[in-house]
Design a protein around this ligand. Structure first.
Ligand SMILES: [Zn+2]
Length: 344
């Protein structure tokens, strides 16, 4: 909004682009000198590398305009500079994104961005995620959302540059490294993902989360031996146990799914005593032993799993089956009926 310049000749207003909502859809509108729309274009996504000094809407440069050049000693600077690209200042930009957020019946930019993405409106989602980053709403979530949407609209190079910048800014914080690595993996850049996770370990050598994320990343690219090494380091660190326990069963399951039951058995042994405290891990171990014909040992591990998760119907059924095969007296008081598929 420009103020009136009574008694003076106002500086000519240039033609400019502004983002406006038309029938509920954001559009880039070209305005003439009087502010009358003369052209409408599709919205331009904010594909520029995100910078705090740049426009949240289009990535353009924000410039302070002299509102009154007739004042001696220089004009009065607009305290809220307008963008060279789309003409909006930060307040207008914020209001426009809030308006869209309300129209989407969302309570936040992050939520609105999710809704837009689920409706297939990837550019709009990118816009909203960018507003989330720009206005500091749930910064980590917004930022990950923006990276995902940049990739979704085909701006992969910017996504990767921005991911690298984010890592640098946070000194490869383990949580950020995890999110950035996920973006890299989705872009098919597995080596870059591992570099990010390794950097995080290097810069945070006492963080169990950093090692746990590295283990997860190695597991996901099939480097199971290295994943095991990283996971063992997690358990060696103080406070490492909860982080390690979250990865333990997943590593064993990945080996099992990859038909490496022998490697799974030795990994289970290598992770003792932690693996012995995980009911899922013990049950999987029993399954591999059973497959190798070691029925008696398998029975012991099912019993172990049951001691960790008493009355689990699936484990009780497996124990009953194993005892029947072994011809020993059943220790299962009542075998529950086979699993029923609950109606949705
Ligand atoms: Zn702009």
């Amino acid at each position: 909004m420009q103020s009136d310049h009574e008694g003076t000749t106002p500086p000519p207003k240039p033609r400019r682009w502004a983002t406006q909502l038309i029938d509920g859809q954001p559009r880039d509108v070209k305005l003439d000198a009087e502010g009358t729309p003369i052209a409408v274009a599709d919205w331009i996504p904010p594909l520029e590398l995100l910078r705090p000094d740049r426009c949240a809407n289009c990535g353009g440069r924000r410039v302070s305009q002299d509102l009154d050049v007739t004042v001696e000693g220089g004009g009065v600077r607009d305290p809220s500079p307008a963008c060279e690209g789309c003409g909006m200042n930060a307040r207008e930009d914020w209001h426009m994104h809030m308006e869209i957020t309300h129209k989407l019946r969302a309570g936040s930019f992050v939520e609105a961005a999710d809704k837009a993405a689920s409706m297939g409106q990837q550019v709009l989602s990118l816009k909203l995620a960018t507003a989330g980053v720009h206005y500091g709403e749930a910064p980590d979530t917004s930022r990950r959302q923006r990276l995902r949407q940049l990739d979704a609209v085909g701006a992969r190079v910017t996504a990767l540059q921005e991911a690298a910048l984010w890592l640098k800014e946070t000194k490869a914080d383990p949580e950020v490294a995890r999110r950035v690595a996920d973006v890299f993996v989705r872009c098919g850049l597995e080596a870059e993902a591992l570099v990010a996770l390794e950097d995080s370990v290097r810069l945070h050598p006492h963080s169990p989360q950093a090692y746990a994320e590295l283990s997860r990343g190695l597991r996901r690219v099939g480097r199971f031996d290295d994943a095991l090494r990283a996971l063992r380091q997690v358990f060696e660190l103080p406070e490492g146990r909860p982080h390690g326990e979250r990865q333990l069963h997943k590593l064993l399951l990945a080996l099992w799914d990859d038909n490496r039951s022998q490697a799974m058995l030795s990994t289970f042994d290598a992770l003792a005593p932690h693996s012995h405290r995980d009911a899922d891990a013990c049950a999987l171990y029993a399954q591999a032993l059973e497959q190798q014909g070691q029925t008696a040992t398998a029975r012991r591990w099912v019993q172990r799993a049951l001691s960790l998760r008493p009355n689990d119907p699936e484990l009780l059924r497996r124990l009953a089956t194993l005892e029947e095969q072994l011809g020993v007296a059943s220790t299962v008081a009542a075998v529950p009926p086979p699993a029923r598929h609950e109606p949705e």
